[in-house]
Design a protein around this ligand. Structure first.
Ligand code: HEM
Length: 132
């Protein structure tokens, strides 16, 4: 799960509305916080890249950022804070190869999950809640 979240969030963008709470975190790196506050002042819910170093590459940079209090989403920063995941974050931050192997395994396992089609499943309007 740590490999999946970090790997998935090592590319792509997040909307300001999803990390408003983070802008009040006193522990967040102050330079990053100032940058995010500035961007999020804009209209129409702006977005920022989740991996500020290599936003177009699936790599272990996001774990290094989490280690230096530069995680943008709470779920990312929490991976570095929680006892059950912090060691894995440190290992991935130090070892790009290890992360690459674990991420590939995790994606393969996820790819084997059977998709529910027709009346057996649904495409959610809002990913957080069942539509019906
Ligand atoms: C390949 C895997 C993944 C990809 C490509 C991915 C991508 C993304 C993107 C692009 C966003 C920002 C959405 C926006 O701002 O509109 C996001 C947010 C988020 N992701 Fe992921 N993600 C992945 C895996 C995961 C996993 C495994 C979890 C948790 C178990 C997770 C939890 C979250 C959470 C909590 C948010 C914040 C949005 C919210 O609070 O509703 N992600 N993800």
């Amino acid at each position: 799960m740590v490999a999946l979240i970090g790997g998935g969030h090592s590319v792509g963008v997040a909307h300001c509305s999803l990390f408003q709470d983070r802008l009040k975190d006193p522990k967040m790196d102050s330079k990053l916080k100032a940058k995010l506050q500035n961007t999020c002042r804009g209209p129409n819910d702006p977005s920022v890249v989740l991996d500020q170093m290599t936003p177009l590459e699936v790599d272990n940079q996001i774990y290094k950022q989490i280690k230096s209090q530069r995680g943008i989403l709470r779920i990312d920063q929490n991976l570095g804070l929680d006892d059950s995941t912090s060691r894995i974050v440190s290992n991935f931050a130090l070892n790009e190869t290890l992360f690459g192997e674990r991420f590939a395994e995790a994606m393969q396992i996820m790819g084997e999950i059977k998709v529910l089609t027709g009346n057996s499943g649904e495409i959610r309007t809002n990913c957080r809640v069942v539509s019906h």
